[in-house]
Design a protein around this ligand. Structure first.
Ligand SMILES: Nc1ncnc2c1ncn2[C@@H]1O[C@H](COP(=O)(O)OP(=O)(O)O)[C@@H](O)[C@H]1O
Ligand SMILES: [Mg+2]
Length: 262
């Protein structure tokens, strides 16, 4: 069964989608079969993977019950489109509305090693569906003074998903993203997170760089565009694989780590 990881945060712009995109890249490079799911009506993940805008079916069709996940996979990603916002509204009146994605993913979880879910920047029904379908919740945090509140808010939703719908859900950790550790500001935010969440905070911090926007525009992975920066995500992937117990994949990652830091 695939390890299913939902990536979330209270707000937009915290690097969630870039995290899903780049972790998918790193894990594929060590031979894992990764399915990425775009659960955001904005469809940024689909753009980052260069899925054509008219690709069909999409996750909206899956959640409406009109398509299987397998049919909606386009080169390892199930894309989203703006229609998804309407589908979310329609779902909210249905019985079992929190369990729709979980049910839809049942077969896909047998066919892949890892499923990564990119949640929208709000803690609504789509994010709840992501959390209910997941084994692990990964919080992406901004490197700002309000980081702590943001992470606490996301954790409350994780706890509720766990209590009501998914007892097996585990908090994988929180990664500080888009950080400039040369500033007191970012360092303070990191210390606050460490104080509150201790070992749940990943040691790997994703440094801020304009190269991320450039590589997104070119639909190129940061691992190829700027391997020196991509090293942050290789280090994060190493910690993620350790926490989910994928030790063989973690060993295959070591040459990439050495390469990235050399
Ligand atoms: N490490 C980074 N440094 C600088 N900019 C980044 C970094 N990661 C992502 N970005 C940029 O920040 C913006 C938001 O990132 P994104 O991953 O789409 O966040 P979210 O999914 O949380 O809204 C995008 O323009 C993206 O290119
Ligand atoms: Mg996003």
């Amino acid at each position: 069964m695939a390890d299913t990881i939902a990536v979330l945060s209270l707000k937009g712009g915290t690097g969630k989608t870039t995290t899903v995109r780049t972790l998918a890249d790193v894990l594929r490079r060590v031979g894992l079969d990764v399915l990425a799911i775009d659960l955001d009506p904005q469809g940024n993940l689909s753009d980052y993977f260069d899925v054509p805008a008219d690709a069909a079916p999409t996750i909206a069709d899956v959640l409406s019950g009109d398509a299987k996940v397998k049919a909606a996979e386009h080169d390892g990603i199930v894309p989203a489109s703006p229609i998804l916002a309407e589908v979310e509204r329609a779902m909210s009146g249905r019985m079992g509305r929190e369990l729709v994605l979980k049910k839809a993913l049942r077969d896909a979880r047998r066919q892949h090693d890892v499923v990564l879910i990119d949640c929208p920047p709000a803690l609504g029904l789509l994010t709840v569906n992501g959390l209910v379908a997941a084994d692990w919740a990964l919080i992406s945090s901004e490197a700002q003074y309000f980081a702590l509140q943001g992470v606490q808010g996301a954790l409350e939703v994780i706890e509720q998903a766990k209590e009501y719908y998914n007892a097996g859900l585990e908090f994988l950790g929180v990664v500080m993203n888009i950080a400039d550790m040369r500033t007191v500001h970012s360092r303070d935010a990191y210390e606050q997170l460490k104080e509150a969440f201790a070992e749940k905070v990943f040691d790997s911090v994703i440094r801020s760089s304009i190269a991320y926007a450039e590589s997104a525009e070119r639909a190129t992975s940061i691992l190829d565009y700027r391997p020196d920066l991509g090293a942050d995500y290789v280090a994060l992937a190493d910690e993620v694989l350790a926490r989910i117990g994928q030790d063989a994949a973690r060993r295959r990652l070591q040459p990439l780590r050495a390469e990235a830091t050399s």
